[in-house]
Design a protein around this ligand. Structure first.
Ligand code: GLA
Length: 379
């Protein structure tokens, strides 16, 4: 009897202590059972808590994602000696992400990349979007999905679901759009991103993730070797808007059908490279169907890390960090020009104004669905 009392008493003290500890540690770390780890990471200007979620697989790889912008803050995968290293660009505090960022790691929407003159016509109605890139609208406008707080639900220690409702008229787009993005870190060292969305009015949608990779973690990315399975790309004008042409890559610095170091041709006197200050173009992926297909591969001779990109999307924006200028710092690194690259799987830029491009229109009753996998290995 006495023993029972004692153990109940001890248990309540232990419980009380645990509650106290968890309260005082709220800004530190809270284990959320068998669904992974979450940490309070900051507060939005309107007072909402920003959480950082950690996913881990059985190989020790780790991904950190915050519910603000659905940003992939860090991604640690092994190099050829098995040493884990962070292969994505990121900043050290949540506050740093509030400054105008180059979209490090963020989910991009409602429309990834540019819409020319920040307008398009759908069903005879002209929609005017927010202009945040000269005359154009870039990555969803002034406050795209990268600058919104998403509702996060951990599904398992390896998977996180994020939801966001983009209201009718937000940034000029028609229709309430309900978006779900699921990040999964698989045991095959893949970061898988599943996107889906539904609308209550005809609208346009183009979702992507804007992670900046450097497979060595730091330094420039010019020695990384890139393969892109594409016979054509979409040339751009000086405002980086596609002209509408699908141009054969043969004989151009845009031919990555065989693995080529990024730096090999980037300084060539090619009008397309000059317009963008390097690579910042959409490749028309060679596809055999609508399924998940391997479309690009990047190998880093220094670390021995290799990344394959698999997607269901028709296009890939390969961007070589030409606008990074060394002013941003994080993770002990300085984000200098061309110190990271992006592989944004997507529909082609400016599709709403290019009837010949694959359609980005989503109608009520249909579901937008796409998947992209970044798969890591060593050689
Ligand atoms: C995309 C665009 C680039 C640039 C970056 C963000 O990759 O294509 O031109 O805007 O995003 O800096």
């Amino acid at each position: 009897m006495d023993n029972r009392k004692l153990s109940i008493g001890t248990a309540s003290i232990a419980l009380f202590a645990a509650v106290l500890t968890s309260c005082s540690a709220r800004t530190e770390k809270s284990n959320i059972g068998n669904t992974g780890t979450k940490t309070a990471w900051g507060t939005t200007p309107d007072g909402q808590t920003v959480e950082l979620y950690t996913l881990r697989n059985s190989k020790g790889a780790e991904a950190r994602i915050m519910n603000y912008g659905g940003v992939l803050v860090s991604l640690k995968v092994p190099d050829r000696s098995g040493v884990l290293g962070d292969v994505v660009a990121g900043l050290d505090s949540f506050q740093d992400y509030l400054k105008p960022p180059p979209y490090f790691g963020a989910i991009i929407g409602r429309y990834g990349n540019r819409i020319g003159n920040a307008r398009f016509t759908l069903n005879g109605v002209e929609y005017n979007l927010s202009k945040n890139d000269g005359q154009n609208s870039l990555h969803g406008g002034a406050r795209g999905f990268d600058k919104r707080l998403w509702q996060a639900t951990p599904l398992s220690p390896q998977s996180l679901e994020l939801k966001y409702r983009s209201a009718d008229g937000e940034e000029g787009y028609p229709g309430n759009l309900d978006v779900t993005v699921k990040y999964t870190l698989t045991d095959a060292n893949e970061l898988r991103i599943d996107y889906s969305a539904t609308t209550d009015k005809d609208t346009v949608v183009n979702l992507t993730n804007h992670s900046y990779f450097n497979l060595s973690g730091e330094g420039d990315i010019l020695a990384h070797e890139v393969m892109i399975n594409a016979d054509r790309f979409t040339p751009i004008d000086k405002g980086l808007i596609p002209t509408g042409e699908l141009k054969d890559v043969t004989g151009t610095p845009f031919d990555f059908r065989t693995a080529t170091p990024i730096g090999k041709r980037i300084e060539q006197k090619d009008q397309q490279l000059i317009f963008a200050g390097g690579y910042d173009h959409n490749w028309v992926l060679n596809r055999t169907g609508n399924g998940l297909e391997m479309v690009a591969k990047v190998s880093d001779p220094k670390s021995g890390r290799m990344m394959e990109v698999l997607t269901t999307q028709p296009g890939l924006q390969f961007y070589t960090g030409n606008f990074l200028d060394g002013t941003l710092k994080g993770k002990g690194r300085t984000y200098a020009r061309r110190s990271a690259f992006c592989m944004e799987t997507q529909h082609f830029p400016d599709s709403p104004n290019k009837p010949s491009f694959p359609s980005t229109v989503l109608k009520p009753g249909s579901v937008y669905q796409s998947t992209t996998v970044y798969r890591f290995a060593t050689f």
